[in-house]
Design a protein around this ligand. Structure first.
Ligand code: OOB
Length: 568
């Protein structure tokens, strides 16, 4: 049962959120069905190949998939791992799973056996929806390996020929089952139960699962769409992985579908590809992590494309450098809306009518009038003075009250009165907005993808040459941060970065984006005066060594410090 291990909002909060109209007791499927009817002839989705899907068509295909899932034995609240890269099929599969009342687990295309096995067993997932192959990686083979481990009883494949026993999503999509089976046979899920399981950035070991209910998630995307002013004229370019909360519901795909606009889904983040799509489809809104914005601004062929349709860039995931933000209007003729968001729910947006000193220099204010936040001293849990830096704690109608099946972690990650302790260090700007100043959680933010240091350290220590290790963030011009591994070697052994990477990919089977991109060998790891690992010193060591490297190569520009991290 999904209820086992799910923590909802206390009744008094649920009643208040309903009375104030934030929670509408509709399922996401019902909200979308209404739009599939209302905007039937409008274009909802455009693939890389230029194929347009109308609202009516998306609705019909999602229902068809839902009926096939139901016929294959999938019931309300069954968990299905979704791992299909950005494409119309990935969107249809998400919508089909939601319409079937099943719960998609929103994994990312680079995840591998280590991550998928963890999510599958944690959530007792029954199904696995995959693309047959992505570049040189065979997902059907991974599915077989996982099944041999006793996980994931049913596999749904799009593209390629499904292996024996696997179902074909393409066959489902071309078989009009809705002509013979009424959609009404699918039971209605409870809007107070999870619709989607998102992934946490993971700060203590492996990612946690984040249960988002129909009520909370619907309000999340409806309110985001309102704050961003989406409407039927919006053409949104989506290059962020579709499964990511930002791309799915902030306002993302669901926000677009709720307001009658159109999403152009990009399968590649290559800047020239994105520019071609902006020009071809007269894109008005571009959803981008700051790395993508830099790619666009600094692309040598930018002048060859007509990007004049672009009105707004929605950016979040990591902090936008104000100097980069300042270039947008003169160089691209567009505005920017920043979002400081988390898969756990909280969303802080700058507003479209904010003056520049707020729009470019802060990370926004809560999107809902019912959101509450505190900025506290993480040691004492006492509010800091206004303007001082402290940890951001959040509570509200779309902020979860607990991770899924994670009692021990929940006791630390939430206050007794239900505030989510974000681990982000922020200060209150005089405008009432927040400014992100750093973090006191042990993760690396690589261009918006979060990497748990502890997760990587647990893999590194399994290497026979590694006696002790620690992973910290190092600065990077494009990605903001990357992983640096510090290792103490076992006697008479040696190790290279390449060998370490091979080990993590081949033996530990982790996602490639989590690989350390620099290796530093030390005699011993530095300790603080209370005997704890001194990560602050490690970050200083890597910075010094990178600066020395730069000087050796005759480059003079100073390195930007990575996000301040108060975590020792
Ligand atoms: C988004 O969600 P997650 O869950 O991948 O990551 C959340 C963390 C935050 O706690 C913060 O550390 C960082 O990402 N972050 C930002 C930021 N937006 C997110 N740090 C500085 N400035 C920002 N604007 O990343 C996410 C979810 C929904 C919408 C947008 C992003």
């Amino acid at each position: 049962m999904i209820e086992k291990g799910f923590i909802g909002w206390p009744d008094e909060f649920g009643q208040r959120y309903r009375a104030d109209g934030y929670w509408q007791d509709a399922t996401i499927g019902e909200i979308l069905d209404d739009r599939f009817d209302r905007f039937a002839t409008r274009t909802a989705l455009i693939g890389d190949d230029g194929i347009h899907y109308s609202y009516a068509e998306i609705g019909r295909l999602a229902t068809r998939l839902a009926l096939h899932l139901s016929k294959s034995g999938f019931k309300t609240y069954d968990r299905i791992i979704h791992q299909i890269p950005n494409s119309p099929e990935s969107v249809l599969t998400f919508l089909g799973i939601l319409k079937a009342g099943a719960v998609p687990i929103m994994t990312l295309p680079p995840h591998r056996e280590s991550e998928i096995a963890h999510f599958a067993s944690l959530a007792n997932a029954r199904g696995y929806a995959i693309a047959s192959r992505v570049r040189d990686f065979d997902f059907q083979e991974l599915a077989e390996v996982l099944q041999k481990r006793g996980l994931l009883e049913a596999v749904f494949v799009c593209g390629g020929v499904p292996r024996p026993g696997f179902h074909s999503i393409d066959d489902f999509l071309s078989d009009p089952i809705e002509k013979t089976v009424a959609a009404g046979i699918i039971p209605r899920p409870d809007p107070d139960l999870p619709a989607v399981l998102q992934l946490s950035g993971g700060t203590t070991g492996m990612s946690k699962l984040i249960p988002r209910t129909h009520n909370d998630y619907a309000y999340n995307f409806l309110r985001s769409a309102e704050v961003c002013g989406l409407d039927e004229q919006t053409v949104m370019l989506m290059a962020v992985p579709q499964a990511h909360n930002f791309a799915f519901a902030c306002p993302g795909l669901l926000g677009i579908l709720a307001t009658g606009g159109c999403e152009v889904i990009a399968s590649s983040t290559a800047t020239d590809h994105l520019m071609r799509l902006i020009q071809q489809h007269r894109v008005t809104h571009f959803v981008a992590v700051p790395t993508m914005i830099l790619g666009l601004l600094d692309h040598p062929d930018r002048h060859l494309y007509d990007l004049s349709s672009l009105k707004m860039i929605l950016t979040g995931g990591s902090k936008l450098n104000p100097e980069v933000a300042l270039r947008l209007r003169p160089e691209l003729g567009c505005e920017v809306q920043q979002v400081m968001g988390m898969a756990e729910g909280p969303l802080y947006w700058t507003r479209r009518d904010d003056p520049d000193d707020i729009a470019l220099h802060t990370q926004g204010r809560p999107q809902s009038p019912a959101d509450e936040f505190r900025i506290v001293d993480p040691e004492t849990g006492v509010d800091v003075a206004p303007g001082e830096v402290g940890e951001l704690w959040c509570r509200g109608p779309h902020t979860i009250r607990g991770y899924y099946r994670a009692d021990e972690h929940n006791a630390k990650a939430f206050s007794a009165d239900g505030f989510y302790k974000s681990g982000d260090l922020v200060r209150l700007h005089p405008s009432g907005n927040i400014v992100v100043e750093g973090r006191n959680k042990d993760c690396i933010n690589r261009g918006g993808e979060k990497i748990s240091a502890e997760e990587i350290e647990n893999h590194l220590i399994a290497h026979p040459c590694v006696l002790n290790c620690a992973v910290v963030a190092m600065p990077d011009q494009l990605f903001g941060e990357k992983c640096c591994a510090f290792v103490v070697l076992a006697p008479d052994t040696s190790l290279t970065l390449e060998a370490l990477g091979e080990f993590l990919l081949r033996e530990r089977k982790i996602a490639r984006y989590k690989l350390p991109e620099r290796l530093e060998i030390l005699e011993a790891l530095p300790l603080t005066n209370v005997g704890k690992l001194n990560k602050k010193m490690l970050r200083e060591i890597v910075l010094q060594r990178m600066e020395a490297d730069l000087q050796q190569h005759g480059e003079s520009h100073p390195l930007q410090q990575p996000m301040r991290n108060a975590n020792a």
